[in-house]
Design a protein around this ligand. Structure first.
Ligand SMILES: C[S@@+](CC[C@H](N)C(=O)[O-])C[C@H]1O[C@@H](n2cnc3c(N)ncnc32)[C@H](O)[C@@H]1O
Length: 269
């Protein structure tokens, strides 16, 4: 029997978590922003498009009162999350998390303090009607003082067909944006993984997305009924000229070739 290649012996969900997600930084931002805007502690977080529910797991790890629910349409990915991420939590943490196989546009798992939609997952809604309907369901699913957090990306490079490799520990993560269509702003995006033994997982993840602009996102959130919508833009490290990882509510951003930011939508102003 030939030895399996590194691609054959790798798990695409572990590779994704290692190279794409930074759940600690995400939850840091969510907690800091909540504390700046609210006088009470947030308890119940809903993670939409949760996939393996890594972020929901991070929420319940942070505090003994924290409760989380993860929503995803794909039972297989939820099962992976249960067997790996949820199983790695201690007994008390496991009691405070639930993963539900449902559509985020119709789910109703009880009023949450915080709803998260990270890694641009809502870009899969390619019409204004579908995106607004999703935002409306989030609004209905929030407590009166609840807050919805999403991330967004853009910049002129995001309108190009690009393949961007990034070295990670033990593999290369490759982000490919293909077929960008300027007429309707849709594109196909792929995540590939490559290994030192030259083996490769081609199209480990495939997305058909519409590249939404920030004005479109903020206007649709407002149309859906959110009372206050702010863009949190990343500051710049003076020495390196790179992003400093600190996001603050802003009305002006820089015309960077590629940027990532957060949009924070409060149910009521
Ligand atoms: C880009 S992954 C996001 C994974 C993870 N949340 C993250 O931040 O990296 C998108 C996930 O959304 C799920 N999904 C797609 N459409 C959905 C829908 N309408 N309702 C719920 N989940 C959906 C897919 O099954 C997939 O697991």
């Amino acid at each position: 029997m030939p030895k399996p290649t590194q691609a054959e012996s790798s798990d695409r969900h572990i590779l994704y978590q290692d190279s794409v997600q930074d759940t600690e930084a995400e939850i840091d931002f969510v907690i800091e922003t909540w504390e700046a805007l609210r006088k009470r502690d947030a308890v119940y977080l809903r993670e939409d498009f949760c996939g393996t529910a890594a972020t929901a797991c991070e929420w319940v790890r942070r505090h003994g009162d924290h409760v989380a629910v993860g929503i995803d349409l794909d039972q297989d990915v939820l099962d992976w999350g249960l067997a790996n991420n949820v199983a790695a939590l201690d007994a008390s943490q496991q009691e405070r998390i639930e993963l539900i196989c449902e559509d985020v546009t119709s789910t109703d798992p009880g009023a949450a303090d915080i709803v998260l939609a990270m890694n641009f997952s809502y870009y899969l809604f390619t019409t204004r009607e579908r995106l607004r309907a999703y935002f409306t369901n989030v609004l209905v699913g929030l407590e009166d003082d609840g807050i919805f957090f999403v991330d967004a990306y853009g910049g002129y490079e995001s309108h190009m067909n690009v393949t961007e490799p990034r070295e990670c520990e033990g593999h290369t993560y490759i982000w490919e944006q293909a077929d960008f269509n300027p007429i309707d702003s849709t594109m196909n995006c792929y995540i590939h993984f490559e290994f030192p033994d030259k083996s490769r997982i081609d199209k480990a993840f495939v997305y058909h997305w519409r590249l939404w602009s920030l004005p479109e996102i903020t206007e649709l959130l407002t149309e859906a009924g959110f009372g206050k919508v702010d863009v949190y833009w990343e500051g710049t490290d003076e020495e390196s000229g790179e992003g400093d990882g600190i996001y603050t509510a802003s009305t002006r951003g820089d015309a960077d070739p590629g940027w990532v930011c957060y949009v924070v939508a409060q149910k009521h102003s």
